[in-house]
Design a protein around this ligand. Structure first.
Ligand code: GLA
Length: 388
């Protein structure tokens, strides 16, 4: 986690010398359940011990926000009443959360903020959700009397992506960042929003992320196209079954998908096929975890990778190569993590194989792409909170 004193020293230097309150929110991993959140399915994320830390203080103005992104050394001041909001993409997360909180009735006024992060950007570990939840946590404390519920914070983060950042994401990332608990993964039903904590201590195994360093970018990207494909399939199924209630692919069966195969076209069919399979895989993983059957968990992870690569088409050659290396090394499970189009693979590795796997991956990837993947050992940490 980012050192509080580091953030504080910049906050003091760039504003009026006074200190504020400090908040932090984590990025996330996801064991399995990819692109299922906006399809009403299940996800299996956990918060990590890396995230965004912000110092914030009310500045007494009606609507002036003075913001400093420490890592980028970039200062942006903007007005909450300006309907266009700031141009800098990082500042739009602050603006978006503030506007969404105002919609909830929280009387957000001017404030100063400086923030820094140690969750890698564009690695598929939800650095943007970490920002949103961190700012939400701060605004809730400064202006909302901490009365905004955790779920409303999650939804404000998601609405920020939709309304100010151009990504029609689901709720997994913001959920994991707000609700995370050290040592636990969480199984969330994205339709009912019910969830349970799953202590995750795989005996004899560990989770490691390999970052391809191919920057994943979801804004204005094929991410939204994937979502549109899924919604199109649901529309066709609903039209065929006026008696039923079909809101997302969660409500659809394999048979119903087959019925509309010809009319939705190959591409949308493949996308939906992946999602239905993934929905089943998350449940299979839950059973396997309950039985301590990590080999089964790993098998499902490889299947997910294959689906994400071939049917959902959100992989890239670098991620497929990392997956191949994992397979060759006998790693238990490996797959793309997060939205895709770059970023990391998540790997479930037996302790005795860990060293060999990481070394082989570094060496082979370097030979092929001229640089090593970055390696992050996963530590499952706590969710959004005030530090001081
Ligand atoms: C991104 C989105 C999430 C989710 C994942 C894919 O991280 O923000 O809502 O859809 O991709 O599982």
């Amino acid at each position: 986690m980012i050192d509080i004193e580091f953030v504080r020293s910049r906050f003091i230097k760039h504003f009026d010398g006074q200190t504020g309150n400090v908040y932090t929110s984590p990025g996330r991993i996801n064991l399995i359940g990819e692109h299922t959140d906006y399809n009403g399915g299940f996800v299996f994320p956990g918060a990590v011990d890396k995230g965004i830390t912000a110092e914030m203080r009310v500045n007494g103005t009606e609507d002036t926000v003075m913001a400093y992104a420490i890592d980028l050394k970039d200062r942006v001041d903007f007005h909450l009443n300006d309907p266009a909001g700031p141009k800098a993409s990082w500042a739009r997360y602050i603006y978006g959360i503030a506007k969404e909180f105002q919609k909830l009735g929280v009387p957000v006024k001017g404030f100063n903020i400086a923030f820094a992060g140690d969750v890698p950007l564009g690695a598929g570990m939800s650095s943007s959700a970490a920002m949103e939840s961190c700012f939400a946590c701060g605004l809730n404390d400064l202006f909302g009397d901490n009365k905004v519920s955790q779920w409303d914070m999650v939804l404000a983060g998601q609405a920020t992506e939709h309304n100010y950042c151009g990504v029609n994401c689901g709720i997994m990332d913001q959920f994991a960042s707000v609700f995370g608990k050290a040592g636990c993964l969480m199984r969330l039903d994205c339709r009912s929003r019910e969830f349970e904590y799953f202590p995750f201590k795989p005996d004899g195994y560990r989770l490691v992320l390999l970052d391809s360093v191919v920057k994943h970018q979801l804004a204005g990207s094929p991410y939204n196209d994937r979502r549109n494909s899924c919604e199109n399939v649901v529309k066709h199924i609903a039209a065929k079954h006026p008696e039923g209630k079909f809101e997302t692919l969660r409500d659809c069966t394999w048979e119903q998908l087959e019925e509309v195969k010809a009319e939705v076209g190959d591409e949308d069919y493949m996308r939906a096929k992946f999602v239905l399979g993934e929905k089943d895989r998350v449940l299979a993983v839950c059973d396997a975890l309950n039985e301590g059957d990590y080999e089964k968990v790993g098998e499902m992870m490889y299947k997910t990778h294959e689906g994400l690569s071939k049917d959902y088409e959100v992989s890239c050659v670098e991620l497929d190569y990392l997956n191949d290396i994992a397979k060759e090394c006998g790693v238990t499970g490996s797959r793309i993590m997060g939205g895709g189009f770059g970023g990391c693979t998540i790997n479930l590795v037996r302790n005795d194989l860990y060293k060999k796997f990481v070394e082989t991956a570094k060496q082979k990837f370097n030979e092929k792409y001229g640089h090593e993947p970055k390696v992050y050992d996963v530590v499952i940490g706590d969710g959004s909170r005030r530090l001081c």
